[in-house]
Ligand binder design. Structure first.
Ligand SMILES: [Zn+2]
Length: 436
């Protein structure tokens, strides 16, 4: 682990930079970077990182052969050419240590009705040591931590002795194609750390996620003679009920899973968006429901898809109208595997040691029922994917917030991890001015 003198140099640098780090995070939160709207933030980020002296590669999802990769997910509603990725590289001269990817996503989920927030969602209000806003927690706090962890190393007069790629990606909340794109662009390292807001825990396992859209037809008639028509919204309800039952069945099977057996109902099904109908006094002619369902690590995505399609088809067969007018299932986003960070990697051991040193306690492991981008590294490219980061509340909810005191310690833990994993060297004195 870093010796006390090194840790104290890093700690001083994190402390000295923390007001600026907080301002940087507030700038990040002020960008309403929902899906398809991340480019202004990414352009700003590219400038920020270029000013620090990194070699910056800014590209879009259209610049890499995504479609050819079996683990790319469909992007029905987003334009790959507008989805900007940023990779900033510290290239070590004659590298001696182990290389590292630090990656964070900058896409955020929609804020919902603004009047239901205590503080406006993109105002980055700080109150009682917490910063509020959409993305303040998931995961712009982690993005600030990784950028300022590197800054702390440089401000302390040091530099990593191996290559470090700082990557900000999109699409984490919908497909994962941003993370995959950086790998297809060619970036590799000996480990990847994704500082999602895990509250100082290491993510041992995450579930996979599927997105699908169900399309149901109906027969529009005046409600006065509703019995002679067919109501597409009621048909959609019928199918949603069948998918709830299908999920319950999957959760019964999950009781056998080596990592998820302790977790009650780890697989979540969510009808997230519903649209349909044209008039309150006509039986609706159409209905669409956008859904999300989880799958366990080790379950094949194709098998999970078949399970959904079969549940929908069976429910349709049991309904007079749907049997003759079968619903459609469209796969319009996530086709994501679950992932287990198997215990015993050297990268995790190093992170556990520095966490202990910075927080004064052992690093707990968590099992999550949501997906994150580590799967691309761990499952398909043989790079251990560590998911570990700051503490906050309200992911995807109102009054999302991050705790600034915890963010500061996380920044130090990540700086110490970089120092320990990559090794550090003194920077030549002339280079010091380049540190921000
Ligand atoms: Zn996230």
């Amino acid at each position: 682990m870093p010796d006390a003198a090194l840790l104290s140099r890093l700690s001083d640098a994190v402390e000295a930079g923390f007001a600026a780090e907080t301002a940087f995070l507030a700038d990040l939160v002020r960008f309403p970077s929902t899906r398809g709207n991340e480019a202004p933030l990414q352009d700003w980020m590219a400038r920020q990182l270029a000013q620090r002296g990194y070699a910056v590669d800014r590209f879009t999802l259209a610049d890499v052969p995504l479609a050819a990769h079996p683990k790319a997910s469909p992007m029905v509603e987003a334009d790959p050419a507008r989805s900007v990725q940023v990779v900033a590289t510290h290239r070590a001269a004659a590298p001696t240590g182990r290389s590292l990817i630090l990656q964070g996503h900058v896409d955020v989920v929609p804020e919902g009705p603004q009047e239901m927030w205590t503080h406006p969602p993109y105002a980055a209000v700080v109150k009682d040591g917490w910063m509020y806003g959409r993305g303040a927690h998931d995961m712009k706090s982690g993005v600030a931590a990784m950028v300022w962890a590197m800054d702390a190393i440089r401000a302390a007069g040091l530099e990593p002795a191996a290559d470090v790629h700082l990557q900000t990606v999109t699409e984490e909340e919908s497909t994962g194609n941003g993370a995959l794109a950086t790998l297809l662009r060619g970036y590799r390292a000996d480990a990847a750390l994704i500082p999602e807001p895990t509250g100082g825990t290491i993510t041992r396992a995450h579930t996979g996620t599927l997105w699908f859209r169900i399309r149901v037809r109906g027969v529009p008639v005046h409600v006065a003679v509703a019995q002679s028509g067919s109501n597409a919204i009621m048909s959609a309800y019928h199918l949603i009920g069948a998918l709830v039952a299908h999920t319950a069945e999957l959760n019964r099977a999950a009781r056998e899973h080596p990592w998820y057996r302790e977790i009650e109902n780890p697989l979540k099904f969510n009808p997230g968006i519903i649209r349909g109908g044209d008039w309150a006094s006509s039986t609706p002619a159409w209905c669409e429901v956008d859904c999300r369902i989880g799958l366990l690590p080790g379950t094949d995505v194709a098998e999970a898809r078949r399970g959904v399609e079969q549940a929908v088809a069976a429910a349709a067969r049991g309904d007079n109208f749907l049997a003759n007018n079968p619903p459609e299932v469209e796969w319009h986003g996530f086709l994501a595997d679950g992932y287990v960070l198997e215990p015993g990697t050297e990268a995790e051991a190093v992170l556990a040691r520095v966490h202990d040193q910075v927080f004064g306690e052992a690093m707990p492991a968590r099992i999550t029922t949501a997906v994150n981008d580590t799967r691309f590294y761990g499952l398909y490219f043989g790079i251990p994917g560590l998911c570990y980061g700051p503490k906050g509340e309200g992911a995807h909810a109102f009054d999302e917030c991050t705790e600034l005191a915890h963010l500061k310690r996380t920044t130090l833990a990540i700086a110490a991890f970089i120092a320990e994993w990559c090794g550090v060297r003194e920077r030549a004195s002339g280079e010091r001015s380049g540190a921000c």
